[in-house]
Design a binder for this molecule. Structure first.
Ligand code: FAD
Ligand code: FES
Length: 361
């Protein structure tokens, strides 16, 4: 009989110890099987072994992920201090410089949470939020480009710098894509985006073929280091296609300030069918002598009777800018366009540190 008591007592002791451990774990904020420590002070218990990007997003920490986790944008970088899989993956290497690789910088969309991890994230990124929105307005700007206005719900507001972007989460397939905010940040209850159709593109097909006024869409942001600087330097802006979006936000802020800086804005398009918001920028030019809008067509036909600038945007810029040693440049569009334009700007003595760009890739 006595022998029966011993296992019972042991089981009882084990149950009590387990309960105490669970209580301690809860008091310490536990609940997951792994612990992520961010910037030395924030501890997050997590479950599962998803990518760090998705895991953090599930905890309300939204890192930028412009390519939606395809390992092509490099926006989701973080520093791995300890734990996790320390070995770089082949998918990460092309997007990390040698210095970054040596100092533990990794891509959060590629690194899986397989154990406790200590990581570093720029503190500014911890302020990006998820916004529930409703599509309030849509307009066809051209045959392949739409303006979409999202109204934030539940009393939420967004603080962003003109030039920054937000990410759309495509419902159903749950991919994210980056789109620059094209509206004036002073109205912090709406976000406008200019979205150009990419043939067979997942997000743009959704926006162009399925999205309607009244639909609910989830956005995260703000993200990005491309925004209006706080200087009085002359500005050269160059955009192609939907690259007009962040420049429009920047111009709206400069307009509110009375256009204190000298601005030359070059917009490159193929034909007149690809031009949009021309009136808006021509009006700005009439209002402010400091501002010049230069739309340029590379493939205009005689029937179009186009009397504006003609040729590749690089040639037009080369022709119409002078010494840029004291100027700033803001470039937005395809990686090829940005590389070609930067080359031209350098010919005019722009300083590397004064060239800002967002590659829409
Ligand atoms: C910081 C940032 C800001 C951006 N802002 C805008 C914006 O304001 N407006 C806007 O329209 N887009 C913007 N983009 C591009 C956008 O994020 C998407 O990449 C683009 O809309 C394609 O998404 P998708 O899902 O439709 O195509 P995917 O399904 O991702 O791609 C389908 C195919 O098209 C190719 N592809 C992807 N993007 C492009 C492209 N831009 N041109 C040509 N081929 C492409 C891919 O390589 C792939 O083969 C931005 C990108 C970045 C990184
Ligand atoms: S999200 Fe684009 S590289 Fe990770």
């Amino acid at each position: 009989m006595q022998y029966l008591y011993i296992p019972l007592v042991l089981v009882g002791v084990l149950v009590v110890i387990t309960l105490i451990l669970i209580i301690i774990d809860k008091l310490l904020g536990g609940g997951g099987d792994k612990m992520i420590t961010i910037n030395q002070d924030t501890l997050i218990p997590v479950l599962g072994d998803d990518s760090l990007l998705s895991t953090l997003s599930g905890e309300g920490i939204h890192l930028p992920s412009a390519c939606g986790g395809k390992a092509t944008c490099g926006a989701c970088k973080f520093r791995l201090i300890d734990g996790g899989d320390m070995e770089l993956l082949p998918t990460e290497i092309p997007l990390l410089s040698k210095e970054e690789q040596e100092s533990g910088v990794r891509l959060s969309c590629q690194v899986k949470v397989r154990g406790d991890m200590k990581i570093e994230i720029p503190p500014g990124l911890l302020s990006a939020k998820e916004f529930k929105t409703i599509v309030e307005y849509m307009e066809d700007l051209t045959y392949d480009t739409k303006l979409v206005r999202f109204r934030l719900q539940n009393g939420q507001t967004i603080d962003f710098k003109p030039g920054q972007y937000a990410q759309i989460k495509v419902p159903g397939i749950e991919i994210t894509r980056a789109y620059s905010m094209a509206s004036n940040p002073k109205d912090n209850t709406v976000i406008e985006m200019i979205i150009r159709m990419v043939p067979n593109g997942q997000a743009t097909t959704f926006v162009h073929k399925a999205l309607e006024v009244g639909d609910k869409v989830s956005l995260t942001g703000p993200f990005g280091h491309f925004y209006l600087s706080d200087t009085d330097k002359e500005m050269i802006c160059i955009a192609g296609g939907s690259g007009k979006a962040p420049i429009r936000a920047i111009m709206s802020v400069l307009k509110d300030q009375g256009m204190p800086r000298k601005v030359k804005y070059f917009f490159g398009a193929k034909t007149t069918k690809d031009l949009y918001m021309t009136e808006e920028f021509m009006k700005l030019q009439e209002e402010f002598p400091n501002f010049t809008y230069i739309p340029a067509l590379s493939d205009s036909t005689p029937e179009e009777n186009w009397t504006g600038e003609k040729g590749l945007i690089t040639d037009v810029v080369d022709r119409l800018v002078g010494d840029l040693s004291q100027a700033e440049a803001y470039l937005c569009g395809s990686p090829g366009m940005i590389a070609a334009c930067t080359k031209v700007l350098k010919k005019h003595d722009i300083q590397d540190s004064n060239v800002f760009f967002d590659k829409f890739s």
